[in-house]
Structure formats: structure tokens, C-alpha cells
Design a protein around this ligand. Structure first.
Ligand code: IVH
Length: 726
């Protein structure tokens, strides 16, 4: 299936027609005949696809669109479950070196020496779907999907039908125990299910993972019960008490043994490994057994075995620092490089995209791949017409690994990377870093403000989900409004609300042009233009404009971090924008800071903002044009102050200095923990310092602290202050 982004309007129109027909037919079978011919999941996928295409092409929405008929189908709804301990994901390693890096990071963080042993468990990474089972006093009371990690769906009744999942645990489990693991389907069960589906004239599933997922999300548990599913337990969520000391074991491997004793299924291949060599041997071993296991795995998971070390290591964003998934090699395929297209991004970067002859890699049709940059094309010596090997790993954009020289067509010429922007024809150059003398890998258009591609991409970025998030104002509309002279800079978006008739007119003309195009493509005669539109069509168009105006109006109030992100400053994304917003809290303070004489210096002192980023921000505000455009934008906006940092931990908002030798943790670890509790860690003591944590051997800083009358704690007292908090 083509990505929605890649559809042109003719294709989109045709697909919407087809979807409307198909969905109506499925509705009829479901309601009228009580004999659906596709799974709920497949049906949901059709509706989602329809909605996605409509979102991108609002003008093509059919009067009889399935999206107008909400509830046409009893919507498959499960109750929501909030995970009391979030269900996290894992970081990936794709080769041996990345596994070694992982162990290195763990050792460094824990302050261990290079060859100190760190025992890990190595566990097959089951390719199914994760589920959480809540046992209270040993009785299964709730089962949930992972969902987005914070909130999942209540599928208790379905999970209870799985034989591997005990309804009551043996032995003496903790009073509350959330067991987490993977629901999966064996190859045998999968083949049998598909055979049955086929015999019954029902569609077959693509792979065991999909069929397991489809099976646990059946509204009728009787259906789930007929699907031979399995479960392996591998981790846990909430456990009564919460502290590690209350857990039934002190290690990951010990916990798995306990799970087994409670009657849960644990993967029999799990092994405890002591060295990198042992880990990698285990990995190769499993890889060679992979085909014969009888169920799908997509890698091996390594977890630091000792739970006290896990607690010290903690988490970085959504993954634990104490675990990593070592994935099996990605799937590869051969195809033909049909063309190289250059796209110009928001920052003027010329990005080469490979257009490929469509090919299936690991169940997904691939027709585009990234070529990264000029040097990469040269390294591959990729030429149009070449046969190439592509690789797809997980959800990442497919890559071209190499070309196959023997298959090169005669006369294929080396690719010449354009030296001019394909959009505005300005020179495209590779900047040389003044300090390092290094040439940038990317060639950039020098057109800046005159480059339409950059203008349009910046506007698209401005309205995107994590910036202004203006519903209904998608990429196509931005392009259209820009082309018609309605949009040049962000302020113009808000000015649209003053000219709804103009917007209507542009949209109506566009729609007329589109339907002409469609008719022409279908070989039909041109419509005699009567000048009048059918009433329902006109009403629908009015509604589109009305909704758009309302959506823009709603965003005239915006939070400071979103505003900063939306500006599209080079190197400043969501995270940096938030850092800046949290540092300045109000728009006034932010603008003052950015336009002050010592702005650059101040930026460089913000925790988490590096030199390159600080300079990019400074450059942005140094350019009078940017400041003026921002001024015009602000005339439309009310910018909300950031909430002052949460006072939830005893040290949030405090400035802390560590000095001397710490015995229970490394400096790095101490800093990470303090920061995660909302404290600011500084390297020097001043009157602004709130707490100095002094270990043995503390010298001048301790004296300064005493001189400033700053509270001084030893490591023990500090740990007590921050309590059992991770
Ligand atoms: S541990 C905080 N162990 O992989 C760690 N996950 O990419 C939580 N998975 O969502 C996960 N086998 O669905 C863990 N032995 C295993 C696993 C495993 C498969 C899945 C799980 C998780 C995903 C993360």
C-alpha cells in the first residue's frame, strides 16, 4: 500500500471511491448478514486509511464518505487501563559493537572498571504483543494491552482464555503483582488458524504477530479462546510496596525463577551471562536456532541481572538504561534504482531520495529509500538503472546497502549531484565549518527567504503536530495557499481568518481543477461548467473553510515551548524548545534573553544546550528579518507562560553541587538522579547554591559552602533526602 504522503490527488480520489464502496459492503455483511468477511483489525485499517487520505485531501471527501457515518459499525471498544508503572520499550543494538557500547555505558554509569563483570540475563525477544497481568492476592484480576505505554486496553476476558496464563498463582506471590510478558502464536497454531480461515472463506493473517494481536483484541472472548495463543512472562510492573527490597528476588534471573514457581511460563532459553564473549555466543546460538524454535523472535534482550543495579541505572526517556534489545539482521532485497529525486527541506538541505522499483521486504512494499547525501551516493557509486540491495530494519526508512556492479546497465552514467537548488535555482553549497575546517556533508540551498521550498517546508513545520498543530491545515493546503500568494510567513496563517471568502475561492478553484484532472485521467469528457455547484458540495466546502478558520483561531493561544519549536530554528526541536521555555518561563523573558548583548554566552550556559545549538539560536535572533517576522506573528498570539517547575520532590528547583568522592554512586549517576528529581546541578558553589553534597576529600567547595552558609550534606544524608526515589 502506498504511503498516504506519496499519493497524488488523482490516486487519492480513486482510492477514496474504492474505500467508500468496500467499507459500505463490509458494513452490510456485518450488520445485514452477521457474516463479516474481514477481521475487525482489517476493517479498522480500512477506516483508518480512509481517514488518513481524507485528512490530507479534505477537498476530496465524498458526500457519502464512511467517516460521516460514525458508529456504522459497533465500534470495537475496550475499557481503558492506566498502567501504574508505565510499560516501556527497549533501545536497540544492531551489531556486536553496539552491545559492547551498552555494557560500557552500564559500567561507566555505575563507576565500574572496564573489566569488572556485569552479569546480564540474555532472553529471546519474542515477536508478539506485550501484555500486563495484574494479580491481587494471587488471583488474576485484570489483563491489559500495552497501548501507548501509559494507557492500554482492558482485555482481561480474552487473556483469561490463554492456557499459559494462570488464573491463580501458586505459592506466595506478593499481594499485588503485575506480571508482564508477551502474548504470541506458534508457527503451528498460526498455520492451523490460517487454514481454518481459508476454508471458511475468511481472510488469512500476514504473520503470527498480527494474528496474535488480532486475536486478543476480539470483542468476543469465545473467538480468542479458539485461537491457540501462548504467553511468556519476562518482567513486572507494580508490585506491592514498590521497593526492591520487597520483591521476591534480588535479580532478574531470580525473578524469572519465582515466576516459574508461581506457575507462569518463562522462556526456557533464558541464560545468565557474565562476559561480552558469552553474550555474543548466546546470541549466535539463538540466531542459529531461530528457524527451529517454532515461534517468531526478532532478537535477544540483555538485562542487567542485579535489581539494585537496575534501580541505580534507571531510565532515559522511554527505555531502561539497564536493558537493550540486540536485533537480528534486517531483511534485505534487490531492486532497481529508477530515479534519484532531490527534496529541499526547511533548512535548505538537498536530500536525495531513491525512487525504487517496488519490492517487498519483510512483508512491506518499499519504493523509496534514503540516500542521505552526496557523499553517500558517491560512496555507493549509485547510478540510475543500477540494481541495488536495500535493507529495512524495523520502522526506519529503508537504506541502500550497496549496488550490484555486474547488473549495471550499459551506459549508466555516474550521478551528478545538483549544484543548484532544484526549486529556486540558487547555488547549493556545502558549508565549511570555520573552526574545524570540515566540509558539511549536506549541500544546502543558499536561497533562504526567496526559496519557495524552504518557505513552504517552514510553514509546514510551523503547523505540524508538535508545533502549532493546526487541524485541517496540512501540507497540500499550505502548498496551495502559498502558490496562490496567501501565505508567505507564519503571521499570514492567522491573517487567513480575516479573509474566509478568499480561502473559499482558492479551495473551490482547486477542487474544480482536481475533478477536471480526475475526469481527464479517467478518460471522461470535461464537465460543462455551469458555474453553479451542487448544493451539498457547496455546503461541504463551506464547512471545510469554517472548520479551518476555527482551528486557526483556537491556536491563537499557545504555550511558549510550542511557539519556540514552531519557529523552525536550525537544531532546535521539541526538546531544546522545551529546555528554553523552562529556562525563561515567559515570552518576555525569552525575547529579552535572546536579544540581549550577552545572549550567546547565556545560551551556552543553559544545561543541555551545546555550542552549535546556542549559535544557531543566536544566529536566528541576530537576523533582523526573523525578529520582524516574529513580531508580526506575535500580534496575533497570546503566549502562555510555562508552569513553574513541579515541586514534587524535596530537591526540585534547588541548585546542588557535588564535591569530594561519592561512594554509593558515580558523579554522573548522582547528577542524572538529581536532575531527574528537578534539581539543577552546578559545578561551582555560589550564593545561589542550595545544597552541597560533600564526600570524603572535599576541599575548596566545602569551604565556600560554609562561607556562604549553604546547607552541606554527606552522601548518606543526601540519599535519605531524596528518599527511595529513582
Ligand atoms: S523487557 C522495560 N523482555 O519487546 C523493559 N521485552 O522493544 C520492558 N519483548 O515492548 C520489556 N521479548 O513487547 C522484554 N524478553 C523480553 C522481551 C520483550 C519481547 C518485547 C516487548 C517490549 C518490546 C520492546
Amino acid at each position: 500500500m502506498r504511503e498516504v504522503d506519496k499519493l497524488n490527488s488523482v490516486e487519492a480520489g480513486k482510492e477514496l471511491d474504492r474505500l467508500a464502496k468496500d467499507i459500505a459492503e463490509h458494513d452490510r455483511r456485518y450488520h445485514g448478514e452477521d457474516a463479516p468477511s474481514i477481521s475487525d483489525a482489517a476493517y479498522d485499517a480500512l477506516r483508518l486509511r480512509n481517514a488518513a487520505i481524507e485528512a490530507r485531501f479534505p477537498l476530496l471527501v465524498r458526500p457519502d464518505s464512511p467517516s460521516h457515518r460514525v458508529g456504522a459499525k459497533v465500534s470495537a471498544k475496550f475499557a481503558k487501563v492506566t498502567h501504574r508503572v508505565p510499560m516501556l520499550s527497549l533501545d536497540n543494538a544492531f551489531d556486536d559493537e553496539e552491545v559492547a557500547d551498552f555494557l560500557g555505558r552500564v559500567r561507566r554509569f555505575l563507576g565500574l572498571k572496564e573489566d569488572d563483570p556485569v552479569a546480564v540475563t540474555a532472553e529471546p525477544k519474542i515477536d508478539g504483543l506485550s501484555a500486563s497481568l495484574r494479580y491481587e492476592k494471587g488471583v488474576l484480576v485484570q489483563g491489559a494491552t500495552r497501548g501507548d505505554g501509559g494507557e492500554g486496553e482492558d482485555i482481561t476476558a480474552n487473556l483469561k482464555t490463554i492456557a499459559d496464563i494462570p488464573l491463580r498463582l501458586n505459592g506466595k506471590p506478593p499481594a499485588i503483582l503485575e506480571v508482564r510478558g508477551e502474548v504470541y502464536m506458534t508457527h503451528k497454531a498460526f498455520a492451523a488458524l490460517n487454514k481454518r480461515q481459508d476454508k471458511d472463506g475468511k481472510p488469512t493473517y500476514a504473520n503470527p504477530r498480527n494474528s496474535a494481536a488480532g486475536s486478543v483484541r476480539q470483542l468476543d472472548p469465545a473467538i480468542t479462546a479458539r485461537r491457540d495463543l501462548n504467553f511468556f512472562a519476562y518482567t513486572w510492573g507494580e508490585v506491592s510496596g514498590g521497593a526492591i527490597s520487597e520483591l521476591p528476588a534480588k535479580t532478574q534471573s531470580g525473578m524469572l525463577e519465582k515466576f516459574e514457581s508461581y506457575g507462569l511460563k518463562v522462556n526456557p532459553l533464558v541464560r545468565r551471562c557474565e562476559t561480552l564473549k558469552e553474550i555474543l555466543k548466546f546470541y549466535r546460538d539463538i540466531e542459529s536456532k531461530r528457524a527451529k524454535l517454532g515461534y517468531d523472535i526478532d532478537g535477544v534482550v540483555y538485562k542487567v541481572d542485579r535489581l539494585d543495579l537496575q534501580a541505580r541505572l534507571g531510565f532515559v526517556s522511554r527505555s531502561p538504561r539497564w536493558a537493550i534489545a540486540h536485533k537480528f539482521a534486517a531483511e534485505q532485497a534487490e531492486t532497481v534504482l529508477e530515479d534519484i529525486e532531490i527534496q529541499v527541506g526547511r533548512t535548505g538541505k538537498l536530500a536525495p531520495v531513491a525512487r525504487l522499483k517496488p519490492v517487498t521486504v519483510g512483508g512491506v512494499v518499499v519504493q523509496n529509500a534514503t540516500l542521505h547525501n552526496e557523499d553517500e551516493i558517491a560512496r555507493l557509486d549509485a547510478r540510475i538503472g543500477d540494481t541495488v540491495v536495500i535493507q529495512r530494519a524495523g520502522d526506519v526508512i529503508p537504506q541502500i546497502l550497496r549496488i550490484i556492479p555486474e547488473k549495471r546497465p550499459r551506459g549508466a552514467k555516474p550521478y551528478k549531484f545538483p549544484q543548484q537548488c532544484p526549486i529556486c535555482h540558487s547555488h547549493a553549497v556545502r558549508e565549511v565549518d570555520e573552526k574545524t575546517g570540515k566540509t558539511d556533508v549536506d549541500r544546502r540551498c543558499t536561497g533562504g527567504l526567496i526559496c519557495d521550498a524552504q518557505t513552504v517546508e517552514r510553514l509546514k513545520y510551523f503547523v505540524a503536530r508538535d508545533a502549532f498543530d493546526i487541524e485541517g491545515l496540512g501540507g497540500t493546503m499550505i502548498e496551495l495557499f502559498h502558490e496562490k500568494g496567501l501565505l508567505k510567513e507564519p503571521a499570514d496563517i492567522f491573517a487567513l481568518t480575516q479573509k474566509p471568502e478568499k480561502v473559499s475561492k482558492v479551495l473551490a478553484e482547486h477542487r474544480a481543477a482536481l475533478s477536471e484532472e480526475r475526469r481527464a485521467a479517467e478518460g471522461k469528457e470535461a464537465l460543462k461548467s455551469s458555474g453553479k455547484k451542487a448544493k451539498p458540495e457547496k455546503d461541504r466546502e463551506d464547512k471545510v473553510v469554517e472548520n479551518l478558520m476555527a482551528a486557526i483561531e483556537r491556536r491563537r493561544t499557545i504555550s511558549l515551548d510550542r511557539l519556540i519549536n514552531a519557529l523552525g530554528i536550525r537544531h532546535v526541536g521539541e526538546t531544546t524548545a522545551r529546555l528554553l521555555a523552562r529556562r525563561y518561563l515567559t515570552l518576555d523573558a525569552f525575547l529579552k534573553g535572546m536579544t540581549a548583548d550577552d545572549a550567546l554566552e547565556e545560551l551556552q550556559h543553559i544545561e543541555g544546550i551545546g555550542g552549535v545549538v546556542a549559535e544557531a539560536i543566536h544566529d536566528f535572533f541576530d537576523e533582523p528579518h526573523n525578529v520582524k517576522a516574529l513580531g508580526r506573528l506575535l500580534e496575533w498570539l497570546t503566549v502562555m507562560d510555562m508552569p513553574a517547575p513541579a515541586k514534587s520532590s524535596p530537591v526540585s528547583g534547588k541548585t546542588v553541587v557535588f564535591t569530594g568522592t561519592l561512594e554509593k554512586m558515580t558523579r554522573q549517576e548522582a547528577k542524572a538522579r538529581a536532575e531527574s528529581l528537578g534539581a539543577k546541578v552546578s559545578g561551582s558553589v555560589s550564593a545561589k547554591t542550595d545544597i552541597v553534597v560533600a564526600g570524603p576529600g572535599a576541599g575548596s567547595k566545602l569551604k565556600e559552602a560554609q562561607a556562604h552558609g549553604v546547607q552541606v550534606l554527606d552522601e548518606e544524608a543526601w540519599l535519605k533526602l531524596i528518599g527511595g526515589q529513582k
